[in-house]
Ligand binder design. Structure first.
Ligand SMILES: NC(=O)c1ccc[n+]([C@@H]2O[C@H](COP(=O)([O-])OP(=O)(O)OC[C@H]3O[C@@H](n4cnc5c(N)ncnc54)[C@H](O)[C@@H]3O)[C@@H](O)[C@H]2O)c1
Length: 250
């Protein structure tokens, strides 16, 4: 029996990077997966990889900032699989801005993808997760633990996601629902390779968020999510897990 045999997991951000690696890893660990992304073609590649690992997969594209779409997707997942055991909120977007130059739309995108989406999906998923003694794993960032230059909206949203995790953990402390958050350091994914550098930024400040041991791969981080989602982590609730090769040690 594998770590996640019998579990149904709803995973966002699955068209690339950590979300795709998590979906593939969950598939190898015996989970059935409902995967969400915004890029249909890339998502279909993740679906194929999960199927190759023997998993039953449903793929759907929508924006997690759309509350109604979040409720529809969670209902579709439960309709299809008959249960929901794990919600993994991986989707997120990071833009660099001088804070004085960020538009209202920039701010909203930071908050919608990194914070509102996980909240809306949690609202929709919790009744089903309670039935299954299930759990939520949120993906914040080291930017949810410390400051990051030129990233005010992202940093605020990721700190918010850590707070959201703690608030839900306390609200459901008397149930069997578990809620945890991981805070990755730098990972080699499209989010990093596609970062646009605004003019005139101070690279010394920007690089303060880089770790001494270099970038991680998403494949190094996905197993941590799988462990937290599994019954092996039954004692872990309300935890804030840095996964950053020691970046936030001091
Ligand atoms: N790459 C890093 O260095 C790093 C570090 C710390 C935390 N993180 C976090 O890890 C998570 C995964 O990022 P990644 O590095 O794999 O980047 P990525 O760009 O490869 O993946 C992000 C995914 O989220 C999806 N997404 C973004 N906004 C969305 C929305 N509103 N609705 C639906 N889907 C949306 C994208 O389509 C994409 O599939 C993000 O939450 C990110 O903030 C990344």
């Amino acid at each position: 029996m594998s770590l996640l045999t019998g579990k149904v997991a709803f995973i966002t951000g699955a068209s690339s990077g950590l979300g795709a690696a998590t979906a593939r890893h969950f598939a190898t660990q015996g989970a059935r997966v409902f995967i969400v992304g915004r890029n249909e073609e890339a998502l279909s590649q993740t679906r194929a990889a999960c199927q190759q690992a023997g998993a039953e997969v449903v793929a759907q594209t929508f924006d997690v900032g759309d509350r109604a779409a979040c409720f529809v997707a969670i209902a579709a997942c439960v309709d299809h699989f008959g249960q929901l055991d794990v919600l993994v909120n991986v989707a997120g977007k990071h833009y660099l801005h001088h804070s004085t130059e960020a538009s209202l739309n920039d701010w909203r995108q930071d908050i919608d993808s990194n914070l509102s989406g996980p909240f809306f999906l949690s609202q929709a998923a919790i009744p089903h997760l309670l039935e299954q003694k299930g759990n939520i794993v949120n993906v914040a960032s080291i930017a949810g633990l410390q400051g990051q230059a030129y990233s005010a909206g992202y940093c605020a949203a990721k700190h918010g996601l850590v707070g959201l995790t703690k608030a839900l953990a306390l609200e459901y402390a008397k149930t069997d629902l578990r809620v945890n958050v991981i805070c990755p350091g730098g990972m080699d994914t499209p989010q990093v390779s596609s970062l646009q550098m605004p003019e005139g930024i101070d690279f010394e400040l920007l690089m303060r968020s880089a770790g001494l041991r270099g970038m991680m791969t998403p494949e190094e981080v996905a197993p941590v999510i799988a462990f937290l989602a599994s019954d092996s982590a039954s004692a872990i609730h309300g935890a804030v897990y840095p996964v950053d090769k020691g970046k936030t040690v001091g």
